[in-house]
Design a protein around this ligand. Structure first.
Ligand code: ATP
Ligand code: MG
Length: 569
């Protein structure tokens, strides 16, 4: 490729909302452009990186025995009604009608389509297992699309769906995908970790997320300093927390006058106890398919509510902050809400670690009063759920080591779905005993377009992006310093042809531009290597620059071809 022919509409202006390097650089370097909120076009350089990622993903998926198909982007809503997800998915699902009033959705994921593709076609265990995948457009009407390609509304995903005769074979495929994803993200040159995950709206019994460790990540990951335990904070567990702080002594449970003491800090100060011995009420408005209601979550005063755990506890589609008005209307006394004697009609959950705990302080559900010496007994088991956000310093449930929090970006997610979709959609086969049973399924996603941005987040400097050889649109750029200098142009062409013939992805910067302009473009775009053919040519020398670190080396023209071979072929 010749740079003079390549469509690279670079811009000096960084969009106002581009707070992350990946977002700013990909736009400035002309890889992508924004069309609307969470909507991006890919221009040639961006498309090349995307294709490089796709081909690594495809290569490893094919090697693992999966078969590539295409599920339609537009899916008739009937299938989503069969699975029950049409109403359960919430506002991220874009639903629309055609001219004949038929209902459709833009696929945010394709479990239903995958079930539809195999049901009534695979009828016996003898035809199993089967793994189908595609790399295709997804649409999710995200509440807050941001960070460029990291959280778009329209994006590219690899999603695969596997079908099995039993749990055991599903577990085998799950492990195979764990291995396959490890190979993919290693080839992409990323620093990643597989972590325990919440199964979210897709549902199922077990799941792992692949997280690239990055300071700008949106996800909090809990890791143990001693063993290999790692989990998304949404699913993280810890050993039951204890406290060394002095436990308050109460002879019996009683009501205590606490005027204007309506925060946990104030309660702890007032009674001179550690917040650990208090109960905090977090009041939320839960949005369900057909209604919304106030739900109260009780956790220790020293803990924070984990929103995804809370959402799973009450089974709502979404949780919103409740306004003072809504809280009062529900009959709750804000600032004094506690589990003891809370109104019959109010839905509430208590963190499991509080079960059976004694001698605590909580709101009395009466203005200016708290209850002291409260024992968390006599609640139904179904009230107790894991609700707390694991904190840095908590104890590992597996080995007792110390847990800490680090930031990550989710690039892949593998799930054991079991019969969650096949059962409601009546996708059955005859098993070894001649019994008709729903398929056991797994599903496996990779954020292909997100990975373009993740690669930049993982490696860049103050001048621009730094691609590795596998992902780079071109591995080598040959910069002819002055195209008017015939000697320079001739030698530039010669090594360009040489590299091309070796099968190296090479680009010749043959533009009539100042040398400084060409260099800054190389630094911004971030090709792994540059060869500068400039004034040194008179002394039979060219310069080799490694983008990572911008290290420069003079090389004699008699050795440059050997050097290219060694580096890149
Ligand atoms: P997140 O927690 O980041 O919202 P998710 O759990 O909703 O992601 P999955 O349903 O597991 O995502 O989708 C599989 C993969 O698709 C994710 O691992 C991620 O890499 C990618 N992905 C999900 N949502 C987006 C998005 N809005 N923009 C770009 N990529 C996305
Ligand atoms: Mg996920």
């Amino acid at each position: 490729m010749r740079f003079s022919k390549l469509f690279v509409p670079t811009t000096k202006e960084t969009p106002k909302d581009a707070t992350l390097p990946s977002h700013a650089y990909l736009i400035r370097a002309g890889f992508i452009e924004q069309l609307g909120s969470g909507l991006y076009n890919f221009m040639p350089l961006g498309k090349m990186v995307l294709d490089n990622i796709k081909s690594v993903v495809k290569d490893e998926m094919d090697k693992a025995g999966a078969q590539e198909v295409i599920f339609n982007f537009i899916t008739p809503s009937t299938f989503w009604k069969e699975s029950g997800r049409y109403s359960a998915y919430g506002k991220e699902l874009l639903r629309f009608k055609d001219r004949k009033e038929n209902e459709f959705i833009l696929s945010p994921t394709n479990e239903e389509s995958a079930v539809e593709m195999v049901r009534n076609k695979i009828t016996s265990y003898k035809q199993l297992p089967l793994h189908l995948y595609h790399i295709n457009t997804k649409f999710r009407d995200e509440a807050r699309p941001r960070f460029g390609l990291l959280r778009g509304r329209e994006f590219l995903m690899k999603d695969g769906y596997s079908f099995h005769e039993d749990e055991e074979d599903l577990a085998r495929e799950f492990d195979l995908m764990h291995e396959t994803y490890t190979k993919i993200f290693t080839r992409l040159g990323l620093n990643f970790r597989a972590v325990d995950a919440d199964s979210g709206a897709i549902g199922g019994s077990g799941s792992k997320e692949f997280m690239v460790l990055a300071d700008n990540g949106e996800d909090d990951i809990i890791v143990c300093d001693k063993c290999s335990y790692a989990a998304n904070i949404e699913a993280a567990k810890r050993s039951k927390k204890t406290s060394k702080a002095q436990k308050p002594e109460f002879n019996m449970m009683s009501k205590f006058h606490t005027p204007n003491i309506n925060t946990i800090e104030a309660v702890a100060n007032f009674f001179k106890v550690d917040k650990f011995y208090t109960i905090k009420a977090v009041i939320k408005k839960a949005i369900y398919e057909d209604k919304s209601e106030i739900v109260v979550f009780f956790v220790r005063g020293s803990d924070e509510l984990q929103e995804v755990k809370a959402l799973n506890a009450c089974g709502a589609l979404e949780l919103e902050d409740a306004s003072i008005d809504e809280i009062e209307k529900a009959g709750i006394v804000a600032g004094y809400c506690g589990p003891a004697g809370l109104g019959e009609n109010i839905n509430f959950y208590i963190d499991s670690e509080l079960k059976g705990e004694r001698g605590l302080i909580c709101g009395a559900n009466e203005k200016d009063y708290h209850i002291i010496g409260f024992n968390v007994l006599s609640f139904k088991d179904s009230r107790f759920k894991d609700l707390v956000a694991v904190q840095s310093g908590d104890e590992c449930l597996v080995c007792g080591g110390k847990l800490s929090i680090t930031k990550g970006i989710e690039v892949g997610h593998i799930f054991k779905l079991g019969q969650k979709y096949s059962a409601p959609m009546n996708a059955n086969f005859l098993d070894r005993n001649g019994k008709s049973v729903p398929f056991f399924m797994g599903c496996y996603g990779i954020g292909v377009s997100r990975l373009v941005a993740v690669a930049v987040e993982s490696k860049h400097d103050e001048k621009g992006m730094i691609w590795n050889k596998e992902l780079a649109p071109f591995e080598l750029i040959i910069i002819v310093s002055s195209i008017k200098d015939e000697e320079q142009m001739k030698f530039g062409e010669e090594i360009y042809e040489f590299a091309k013939n070796l099968g190296i992805k090479v680009i010749l910067d043959d533009r009539n531009e100042r040398f400084g302009v060409k260099m800054s473009k190389f630094e911004l775009i971030g090709f792994p290597y540059a060869i500068i053919v400039g004034k040194g040519l008179k002394d039979s020398k060219v310069e080799l620059i490694t983008r990572d670190g911008l290290e420069k080396k003079e090389i004699s023209i008699s050795e440059i071809k050997e050097c290219i071979k060694e580096l890149l072929s």
